[in-house]
Each structure stands twice: as C-alpha cells, then as structure tokens.
Design a protein around this ligand. Structure first.
Ligand SMILES: [Zn+2]
Length: 327
C-alpha cells in the first residue's frame, strides 16, 4: 500500500491534526532538522492532511487528493524550484510565488506552497517572501523546510510555526528501508553506522559516498580530540579535489560539534543526532562551549566559501589553521 511514509514524529503529526480538528490552520510553517530526517516527506504529509477529502487530521492516502499529492501532481500543491548557482532560490522565483499566491486554489480547500531546503537562500530573496508570510491570502499555506532555523531571517522565524523532525527508532528505520527493497543484512549495517536517519541510511544503501565521509569525519574528530594537528591536516588534505565529499565531511563534522555542545549544555544523549555520538561525548569533555561554538562558526564559514566555488585546497588549508588557532 502506498501512503505518506512519515514514520514516528508524533509531535509534528499531533500538531497538524489538532490544527485541522480545531479549524485553526496556520498559514506558514517551517519544518527543520538535519538532512535525511524526512523534512520533504513531512511537508507532503502536511499537504495531504490539509487537502485529504476526509479532512480528519491525518491524510488517508487513498482518496484522489492524497493520491495526487503522493504522485506530486496535485494542482494546488506547488513546489518551488531552486535555480541559483548553489542550489538556492532566486529572488524572481520567490517573487513569482508571492504574486501567484493571490490566485484561488484550483480544486482543494487550500493552495499550498512547499519551499524546501531554504538554507542557502540569500537575505534579499528571503525578504521577497516576507510579504507573503506577513499577509498571506486566505486559503494559502506556505511550508518552508531548512536544516537549521538559524538559516532564516528572524522576521520569518517569528511568523512561522516551527516543527522539527527527528531520528526514528531502529524498528521504524528498518521498516522504511525494507519498504524501499533493500536487503536485511545491508539495512542492519546502515543503521549501525548511521542510526535512525532514514535518508542518510538510504543514501548509504544507494552506494553514495556517505560511509567514506563518515569514516573521515570520525578520523578528523579523533584528531581534534587528541590535539594531533598533523593527523588533522593529513585527513583534510586527503579531501583535496573532492568538493562534494569535502562538503559532506564538513557538514557531518558540524553535527558532531553541535552534539558536543548539546552534551556540554547538559542535554541527554538521546537528543544527539550526529553519526559519531561517542566522539561527540568525548569531544565535549575536551572542548569548552566557547571553543566549540568558534570551531562550528569557522567550519560553517568554510562550507559557504567552498560552496561558492572558492579554491578547495586553499580553503582546506585556511580552515585547518583557523581550527588550530582556536584549539
Ligand atoms: Zn485522503
């Protein structure tokens, strides 16, 4: 049976159900969380809940509206298409959305815009959206997704209802992956390495480089913890010429550092999200909150620099020396 495959995430589901049952549908939502946790699936789930013929608070997955959303052919669910250089949204794309939002829905009770992966959207483009979020036309719902809330303007954040997506249990992750047709043995291995992040497990099972990236991230984390500058430099220099891999490693590293900061802040280990939780815990013992934040900021700065086509080996060298200075 085909249905909206959003596993667990009950807080999000209950919030949406309650909005619908109490007839208090908000016009702007933000779904946030790490890559692979199902932000786009959650956006479709919400669209399904809003347009399902049953309108019971959960999408039935069976009616014409649900089927069309599952096939991405519903005329009232519009997916913004990124066309900028770094996969971001151009200001014109967002302006068009603002203009077309005033037109009534075709057949559903709502017109829904899904603007996914907002993280690299420039401030000017975000500002173009602001008008729509401040004064949405009747029956218009905007669903944004981003890895981090801090990627969006505070003026946007203050006007949207933010909902987070989370890692799921091993059982749900396995169920989801079985549904995609992977073998049990492969699935077990994927979950062991990557935890309950369905998207990341799927990338791994599809043969993407994520396992190499995870291994390198672990080595770099260990090098950082042991203060072995030579080792750190060596691991980073092996990434030269591999832009996509470098970006994956740096993002994974950010997750480890973010986890270390959570441990430092007294959070329970169950909220950790990185692929190297054990490393994050050790890192937290070694790293003050301030230093962790500094390194995090340095790495995100270099992610942006590499994204905007800066020279990779220069960027990696500079990154290493900035990290060294911080430690
Ligand atoms: Zn339905």
């Amino acid at each position: 049976m085909e249905n909206f495959s959003l596993y667990e995430n009950d807080i999000l589901k209950n919030t949406i159900r309650s909005m619908i049952v109490k007839e208090r549908v908000v016009s702007s939502l933000l779904i946030y969380g790490e890559k692979g946790l199902g932000k786009k699936t959650a956006a479709d789930y919400i669209a399904g809940s809003l347009l399902c013929e049953q309108f019971s608070g959960t999408p039935c997955g069976e009616c014409k509206a649900c089927k069309m959303i599952l096939h991405k052919t519903h005329p009232d669910v519009i997916y913004a298409v990124p066309s900028g250089k770094s996969g971001n949204y151009k200001i014109d794309t967002l302006r068009e959305i603002v203009e077309s939002a005033a037109i009534m829905p075709n057949e559903g009770r709502f017109k829904i815009y899904i603007i996914a992966d907002m993280d690299n959207t420039l401030v000017s483009a975000q500002n173009a959206l602001l008008k729509l979020i401040e004064e949405p036309p009747d029956n218009c719902v905007i669903i944004l997704t981003a890895q981090s809330r801090s990627s969006l303007l505070p003026t946007i954040i203050s006007r949207v209802v933010s909902l987070s997506v989370h890692e799921v249990s091993k059982d749900s992750c396995e169920k989801a992956l079985v549904h995609y047709g992977y073998s049990k043995a492969d699935i077990e291995k994927a979950i062991e390495i990557l935890g309950g992040n369905i998207g990341k497990c799927k990338s791994y099972l599809d043969g993407e480089d994520i396992v190499d990236a995870v291994t390198i991230t672990k080595s770099i984390t260990d090098a950082l913890i042991s203060g072995d500058e030579y080792l750190m430099l060596k691991e980073f220099s092996e990434l030269t010429g591999e832009k996509a891999m470098t970006l994956t490693v740096l993002k994974l590293l950010c997750e480890v550092i973010r986890d270390a900061m959570s441990v430092n802040a007294g959070c329970d280990e169950s909220v950790l999200i990185s692929t190297y939780k054990n490393g994050a815990v050790r890192f937290s013992e070694y790293l003050s909150k301030m230093k962790a934040r500094k390194i995090y900021t340095v790495i995100t700065k270099y992610i942006e620099r590499i994204n905007s086509n800066g020279n990779l080996s220069l960027a990696l060298n500079a990154l290493c020396s900035e990290i060294k200075e911080t430690l």
